[in-house]
Design a protein around this ligand. Structure first.
Ligand code: ME8
Length: 518
């Protein structure tokens, strides 16, 4: 029979501005995308996962100037911070794009020239209130009190210049037709409706070049202008594929994106402007956009521009990356905002991770050690119902991922963790161990605990990968066998000799009091 190639799955995060250090909000998007990417690898798909940094434009040039660096120095420094964050988050992205990559710059020029050749770019003059934190123009009516940006509260400035325009208005009907033919292409539905009504309300043509901003990609046919940073940035999703893997062009293999993940702040750029640009360039549209809510601090959106941020690095240092991945997945539900609090974080760490999952591993390994010399008994085959519960959980987790409801996927997998903790109480192995006639029941219980833990762990692997790999190691299972097929009851290595390991989620003492404090 012919070999069937694994289906491609191309997933992207936004590329982050290098105007300031990353915070938990960026971590959230990258983690969420990584979880989806890992899950699709579990399905055996051919995944390509892209992230990176957005480095041109007024916002970056101004933030560089404020700290006395050239835009390039500033971009190099901060891009590296975002790249480091990716490593710390255990993100499995396949490529980290920078919009200052020469290959990207050339790619942007090619696509913009193609849109120009197709007749959708014309010269015009423009006046508007510009917010460089948003990198966007606003009308008088959109402004906050005292001519400030309604989002950032910072002053806007009047910009009037001759530049190049994209005929966005001409795409209204085609965009609406696309929305109506593909009801699930923007999720959740509330965001889809929001984007659709922006389009229905009518679209203005979009100024896509800047005469006064030098830090950008030159317009190919007009050296006096640079390409508007949002056009430059959006095209990263396309240009990256041509050079991400040296000597190979991945464009045909992965285009169009299967899923593009982002926060709701950049909905209009991705759900209105981006598809129109792709139509103008004759390129296929992404299959789905996943628009998530905000991680809030003290009731407000975290934002680099306003400085209301939580630094993820200290939490990761203290509790480990999996604790942050788990907390954000559970706490910030799909389509909703969620508030980051240290108390909530610590609560889920000690409650769910340490006392539920960590403890289940600990009890299982120590009982197998105590009652069966460390060797998991062969399956007596009596726990059909538990096997069915595991199989059902695999299906519900998969369905939750299809709906992009990651919080739900985590909860559905956690149902198993709780189920098997309950099993310990129900069967009370310490009682079975006292009665030689019940040795078969004890074998069954110990097998089922080890197998239940193994399968539950595989289901949460995309969320807490490092901990799951350590857990599988303790059960003497192959830590690389984390596919959904491996999550079947009975698919593990039989009669494994388990080995205790240090706690997966050790108790973290409250901060040490200061030296000399009473
Ligand atoms: O917008 N909660 O970059 P950016 C949740 N360069 N997510 C948050 C967040 C928060 N408080 N704060 C930031 C840009 N994010 C452009 C994108 S793409 C072609 C160009 C996440 O650095 C969220 O994904 O401002 C949001 O959409 C993104 O970071 C904005 O990052």
């Amino acid at each position: 029979p012919p070999m069937t190639a694994a289906p491609p799955f191309y997933i992207t995060t936004p590329i982050y501005y290098v105007n300031a250090d990353p915070h938990i909000g960026h971590a959230y998007t990258t983690i969420k995308s990584d979880i989806v990417a890992r899950h699709h690898r579990q399905r055996g798909e051919d995944v390509f996962f892209l992230t990176g940094t957005d480095e041109h434009g007024a916002k970056i040039a101004e933030s560089a100037e404020r700290v006395g660096r050239t835009p390039r120095e500033h971009a190099d420094l901060l891009s590296a911070r975002f790249r480091d964050l990716g490593g710390v988050l255990a993100s499995t992205h396949d490529f980290f794009i920078r919009t200052t990559d020469p290959e990207h710059e050339a790619g942007v020029q090619r696509i913009v020239a193609a849109i120009h050749d197709a007749g959708d770019i014309y010269r015009g003059s423009y006046g508007g209130w510009y917010c460089s934190a948003c990198e966007a123009f606003y009308g008088e009516d959109d402004l906050g009190p005292g001519r400030t940006c309604a989002i950032h509260g910072t002053p806007v400035r009047w910009v009037e210049e001759e530049n190049w325009f994209f005929r966005l208005s001409a795409y209204r009907d085609r965009l609406l037709a696309h929305y109506d033919a593909n009801p699930g292409w923007v999720l959740p539905a509330a965001r889809r409706n929001e984007a659709r009504s922006m389009i229905e309300g009518g679209l203005d043509d979009l100024s896509i070049s800047r005469a006064q901003i030098e830090w950008g990609v030159p317009v190919p046919w007009d050296a006096g202008q640079t390409i508007y940073v949002w056009i430059d940035a959006l095209l990263n999703y396309r240009t990256a594929l041509a050079y991400a893997r040296p000597g190979e062009d991945l464009t045909a293999r992965y285009w169009p994106p299967s899923l593009q993940v982002m926060g709701k702040d950049i909905l209009k750029f991705h759900a209105v402007i981006w598809p129109a640009m792709l139509m103008a360039a004759g390129l296929e549209l992404p299959e789905r956009l996943m628009i998530h809510g905000y991680v809030l601090k003290g009731g407000e959106k975290m934002s680099k521009t306003t400085g209301n941020v939580v630094d993820p690095f200290p939490f990761i240092e203290r509790y480990g990356i999996d604790a942050l991945r788990y907390y954000l997945t559970r706490e910030v539900r799909f389509g909703e905002d969620g508030t980051f609090t240290a108390e909530g974080f610590e609560g889920r760490y000690s409650g769910e991770l340490a006392n539920e999952l960590g403890n289940l591993l600990n009890r299982t390994v120590s009982m197998v050690g105590r009652y069966r010399d460390g060797v998991v008994p062969a399956d007596p085959g009596g726990d059909r119902e538990l096997a069915a519960e595991v199989d059902a959980a695999v299906v519900t987790v998969r369905e939750a991922f299809d709906r992009l409801d990651l919080s739900r996927a985590a909860e559905d997998a956690w149902v198993l963790v709780r189920r098997f903790n309950r099993l310990v109480e129900e069967r009370a192995p310490w009682k079975l161990a006292k009665d030689p006639e019940r040795a078969g029941d004890l074998d069954q219980t110990l097998f089922s605990l080890a197998e239940g833990l193994r399968t539950a762990a595989i289901l949460v692997w995309p969320i807490i990968p490092g901990s799951v790999e350590r857990l599988l190691g303790a059960l003497r299972q192959d830590p690389t066998r984390v596919g959904l097929d491996d999550a079947r009851w009975g698919a593990g290595v039989p009669q494994a000799r388990v080995a205790p390991i240090p706690p997966l989620f050790p108790r973290i003492e409250p901060d040490e009091p200061e030296e000399g404090a009473a």
